[in-house]
Design a protein around this ligand. Structure first.
Ligand code: IN0
Length: 713
């Protein structure tokens, strides 16, 4: 199950099927996921397997300067019987303690994900207790990209029958302990046949012993960096990382985070099924043709391309994005026309500069709120800005407050315990919404982190709202936080239990938003007061948006270990009894089952559509109608793209109709974003799906019914 560190009852083949490796582009961008088995198969279709992330730990005893080696167990499927460095394995998707690093983590050398994975595997393979090692004590040195067919341990004759190999970007991690006694070694018999502490001299002696086998990556790393060398031409001595462990561990003299060193394997590891031959030695040029973790002209074992290194990544940057083709977009002539209308004929007008707003709120604080809204919500910012002035800021602040709450709920590492997170969630309405100086430092990422860190600016605008609006925002915030707290401790690795739990979750994070909005619409007097009592219809509006997001984000949520597809639905279709079954369909039948399950969920969501239409039909203000209808139309378009679409199981399905452009035009019409971004991509493309809606595409307003103009516009 996703999220469980390791299960002692699992066999090598269980791990091969269950572990979800992180698939990479040659630049080390995360572009997808693959079962461990699929990633390590070397076949004519993928002669060098699928490029994925790995780590290699070198553990030294400070007192003697010796390095701990292991001999991989004879029962290992890849590279059995070989001597290698202390521990080498893979960071995985979907682990409870996150193991997926992004470019920023590499840049600053923190790579916590790889280090967390190292602690997990040092425990699993060698029995070293987690409390004997600290993430901070690992030293990340550099990355190497190499591949190697396992033609040696499996033998030439078995080559075609045992087409295994490694193709990895390997994060090299050094670790020292004061003495051998500081770590308890209890090697797992399925993983390790032998361990040995060795000096440099002893290791060189072993390398010369032709009866011993060594893993290709261990030889490459050791010869290139770990042991010092003498330049054959100049006679100059180059220090190795092992020669001065103190310097290696305490300074950054040997750290190189900017380069990915590329290596072809020693000759004996070339060939392999598919007869790959050499390939990486040409450096970066040589890997240009490689895409999506797979060789040029090669697909992954399922016959699919598993990611897209050249395109922006999915919402978490962890799975790939499937965009609609330009041709398909152009074929939707009605939408092209609508986009042209919104772009050039009648763009949405912003009411943010209206006198009422200028007089009521601190202009600098409001500017901060508007800028950050634009950063975190993209197209939705324009939909908010076109609201009439007596409602606009109320909705804007409501959105930001919920986003701040969601950032707290979403951060899986900030709080020392779930209990602390729950406390913070439940206090939010009394802290953030009452204390004008309240901030939270270091929680969340990018612009969302900034939102929490500069929350006093948001509070200043909130405090100037009418009392009725503040009451609505505070009430919904508390009720949503209470619902979130209910889910903090739940294991969602395999989704929600049943449709009732699925609906309950959606109610808390989205249905309540519908209630809050209806109450804000009514108290602004733009809508009838009775709308505030339409609790069922407003709830369904939120559920429809949220269910659409959950359907679309299947893979992302699954690899993150926080899935929402209800078991009572997907278990009808998953012969494997695992939600991940659909992501790695082994047979045509499994593929079909995945599509049936997907269609079942789309149909369930579509049942909400009549209530959404009923809600929309009760609106009388054109701007409020537009504000509510645009996300609904985007959701319908997303469901349309998802229905019977196997891409849902390999990435995030986005549609990119021409009208997306219209939203950015609106932003520039009203000044757009002027604040400096924190450098990360807009949070809506990174954050959890319940914050952002479906893909950033606005279905324009053609065909919208004529409505009475609101009093102010
Ligand atoms: C929303 C909803 C939203 C808008 C209008 C009426 C609603 C009625 C009931 C419930 C929610 C309603 O809309 C946004 C849309 C959105 O954020 N779109 C994204 C798209 C993208 O590109 O990522 C955007 O960034 O533009 C929405 O999805 N949610 C939301 C949150 C707060 C508010 Cl005030 C309104 C999130 C959610 C979880 C669906 C409620």
């Amino acid at each position: 199950m996703a999220g469980v560190p390791w299960d002692p009852t699992q066999s090598q083949s269980d791990f091969m099927l269950r572990d979800t490796c992180i698939v990479l582009s040659p630049d080390d961008d995360v572009v997808g996921s693959s079962s461990k088995k699929a990633a390590h198969v070397f076949s004519p279709g993928q002669p060098r397997g699928v490029l994925h992330r790995a780590f290699s730990v070198f553990l030294f005893d400070e007192s003697s300067g010796e390095l701990l080696l292991q001999k991989r167990a004879a029962s290992k499927i890849t590279f059995p019987n070989v001597w290698t460095n202390t521990c080498c394995s893979h960071p995985l998707h979907g682990m409870e303690v996150d193991e997926v690093d992004g470019p920023e983590d590499v840049k600053d050398g923190s790579v916590k994900g790889a280090k967390n994975a190292a602690i997990r595997k040092l425990g699993h393979e060698l029995g070293i207790e987690a409390d004997e090692l600290k993430v901070e004590d690992f030293k990340f040195l550099t990355r190497l990209h190499y591949w190697a067919a396992d033609t040696v341990t499996h033998g030439e004759k078995r080559m075609m029958n045992s087409p295994w190999g490694e193709h990895e970007i390997d994060y090299v991690l050094f670790m020292t302990v004061p003495s051998k006694e500081s770590v308890t070694l209890k090697p797992h018999p399925d993983e390790v046949d032998d361990v040995m502490w060795v000096s440099q001299a002893k290791l060189l002696e072993m390398f010369d012993d032709k009866t011993l086998l060594f893993s290709p990556w261990f030889r490459i790393i050791t010869n290139r960096w770990v042991i010092g060398s003498t330049d054959s031409e100049s006679g100059e001595k180059k220090a190795g990382w092992w020669d001065d462990l103190d310097r290696t561990m305490k300074t950054d003299d040997f750290c190189d985070y900017g380069t990915i060193h590329r290596f072809d394997p020693p000759e004996e590891h070339m060939g392999g099924a598919g007869d790959a031959g050499e390939w990486l030695v040409g450096g970066d040029e040589a890997v240009k043709g490689m895409e999506n973790g797979v060789m040029p002209n090669g697909n992954n074992v399922n016959g699919e391309v598993v990611g897209d290194s050249t395109k922006k990544q999915g919402a978490y940057g962890k799975v790939k994005t499937h965009k609609e083709s330009k041709l398909s977009q152009i074929l939707h002539l009605d939408e092209v026309w609508s986009a042209i209308t919104l772009l050039y004929i009648s763009p949405l007008e912003s009411n943010l500069e209206s006198p009422l707003i200028r007089e009521t709120f601190n202009p600098l604080d409001l500017k901060f709120c508007d800028d950050i809204l634009c950063k975190v919500s993209r197209s939705f910012a324009a939909v908010i800005r076109q609201l009439p002035s007596q409602l606009l800021v109320d909705v804007l602040i409501f959105y930001l407050v919920l986003r701040a709450l969601d950032t707290i709920e979403d951060d899986m590492t900030y709080f020392p315990s779930n209990e602390e997170k729950v406390k913070s969630l439940l206090a939010f309405h009394k802290t953030a919404l009452v204390d004008p100086t309240w901030t939270m430092m270091g929680c969340g990422e990018g612009d969302e982190r900034r939102l929490l860190e500069e929350f006093p600016k948001c509070h200043s605008v909130y405090a100037a709202l009418p009392e009725g609006s503040r009451r609505v925002i505070s009430d919904i915030t508390l009720r949503m936080a209470t619902g979130m707290a209910e889910f903090v401790d739940k294991d969602l690795g395999q989704g929600t239990v049943d449709v009732a739990q699925y609906n309950r979750y959606c109610h808390f994070v989205a249905g309540l938003v519908g209630e809050g909005l209806s109450r804000l619409f009514a108290s602004s007097e733009l809508e009838r007061s009775a709308l505030a009592g339409e609790l069922h219809l407003s709830d369904q509006m939120g559920l429809f948006l949220q269910k659409t997001n959950i359907i679309r984000d299947y893979l992302e949520d699954y690899v993150d270990g926080r899935a929402f597809w209800p078991q009572s639905i997907w278990k009808k279709y998953s012969a494997g009894g695992d939600l991940g079954y659909f992501a790695n369909p082994a047979t045509e039948e499994a593929k079909k089952a995945g599509l049936c399950c997907l269609n079942d969920l789309v149909t369930d969501a579509l049942e909400l559509a009549p209530d959404c239409l009923a809600y929309l039909s009760k609106l009388r203000c054109a701007e409020v109608f537009r504000f509510c209808a645009i996300p609904q139309v985007m959701a319908i378009a997303t469901l349309d793209r998802c229905y019977h679409n196997a891409d849902v199981f390999t990435g995030v399905v986005k549609y990119g109709r021409a009208c997306r452009a219209s939203s950015s035009t609106t932003q520039s019409t009203c000044g757009g974003c002027t604040g400096s971004s924190t450098g990360s991509p807009p949070a809506s493309s990174r954050g959890r799906r319940r914050r952002g809606g479906p893909a950033s595409t606005i279905r324009p307003t053609t065909g919208q019914p004529e409505r009475a103009a609101p009093s102010s516009s």
